[in-house]
Design a protein around this ligand. Structure first.
Ligand code: TRP
Length: 364
């Protein structure tokens, strides 16, 4: 059962996104609901959501709404999943969302053993600059540290009264106290932007964060009589598959996992060894064409490296028609990822100076 596979702190695999939509009662994502859908929305990488109409209406009616995400400042790298969260945050920011980023220093202390001081340092030196480099407008984004936000703690305590131990257990398997604290704090994060005023809000996440969304929404339902919170919406993106064909890139298989940022040469070497849909011999490839559905390099181009739909379509047709080889496809991906990685590193360096000059909006 798919439910068992969802562990926000684990590395469970999901095989079938349609099944997930059904099992969790999610809405299938329809890009027509949203103005100027981004690359991920247009291409089915964003595949589901909850209460999407509320946010679509807020955008169309120019009503107040927010987009929120949280960062764990533990690793020194981020991955493509985080990039997708940021791109979706940037989409909603561009369409009028009040944009809030929670730095989950309490969570990384609780579940990863990173001290608050270390978490702060990492967030300022790496995560926040990376989020800006990947598209968030630093002037329009509000950042805060969980450990400094009393409103978040207050809501977390309120949620603690409304959620039972059995619910935690059925949501998370075997909940350790550190996880319970983190999950409650995350509910505090998700609802924080409503502390002065109720409004619609959207949390873009990978499907592994769905338990947190569900719990937050259950909490809102249980406090409905107080009229404190508007129900919160979410959207979900698929994983970026591992270059060897696994469902999700993972650091446990470094040769098939591209990290952000990463030296372009290293990334190209990984792409070179990726699983493709190319045929065994050139003759066969020319005759039958590539099996695109099995091709991890094409998936990388589709999800991350080719912005223009027409360009992607052309690559698709050439490759599927056998006129382009998988070697040539890899060459394209390598060129694109080189440009991307160089730009990303530059963007992070620039944003780091911005963070140092304190031109950011921190709230505490
Ligand atoms: N738990 C998230 C993670 O593992 C981080 C996080 C904290 C978060 N608060 C959040 C994510 C609020 C989304 C919304 O990375």
């Amino acid at each position: 059962m798919a439910e068992k596979l969802i562990d926000p702190w684990g590395s469970g695999l999901l095989e079938d996104y349609e099944k997930i939509v059904k099992d969790f009662g999610l809405e299938a994502f329809n890009p027509k609901m949203f103005p100027e859908p981004n690359r991920l929305m247009r291409r089915g990488v964003v595949f589901a959501g909850r209460d999407l109409a509320r946010v679509a209406d807020a955008i169309k009616g120019r009503k107040k709404f927010y987009a929120l995400t949280g960062i764990m400042p533990s690793a020194e790298k981020i991955h493509f999943g985080t990039k997708m969260v940021i791109e979706n945050m940037a989409y909603f920011q561009k369409h009028g969302a009040k944009t809030v980023v929670a730095i989950a220093d309490l969570e990384s202390a609780a579940v990863r053993g990173v001290s608050l001081a270390e978490a702060r340092k990492r967030a300022l030196e790496f995560q926040i600059p990376a989020y800006i480099a990947l598209g968030l407008d630093p002037k329009k984004t509000l950042f805060y540290f969980q450990s400094e936000n009393r409103e978040v703690t207050r809501v977390a305590f309120e949620a603690a009264q409304k959620i039972t131990f059995n619910e935690f257990r059925s949501t998370y398997g075997s909940p350790e106290p550190s996880r319970i604290m983190s999950a409650l704090t995350q509910i505090g994060d998700i609802l924080y932007p409503q502390h002065e005023e109720r409004m619609a809000g959207i949390v873009p996440v990978g499907i592994d964060q769905e338990p947190h969304i569900r719990l937050s929404r259950d909490f809102v339902t249980r406090t409905q009589s107080t009229l404190k919170f508007t129900q919160v919406s979410s959207i979900y993106h698929k994983y970026t598959p591992s270059l060897d064909g696994g469902l999700k890139m993972s650091k446990s298989k470094p040769e098939s996992c591209i990290e952000l940022p990463e030296d372009a040469k290293t990334a190209c070497a990984k792409i070179k060894h990726a699983l493709t849909g190319g045929r065994d011999t050139l003759e066969e490839h020319r005759r039958l064409g590539a099996v695109i559905e099995k091709d991890m390099v094409f998936e990388l181009l589709k999800q991350h490296l080719v912005e223009d739909d027409r360009e992607l379509q052309e690559i698709y047709e050439e490759y599927k028609g056998g006129r382009m080889t998988s070697g040539e496809l890899k060459q394209i991906a390598c060129e694109k990822i080189t440009v991307f990685m160089n730009g990303l590193q530059e963007g992070i360096d620039d944003a780091r100076s911005l963070v140092k000059s304190k031109e950011l909006n921190f709230i505490s």
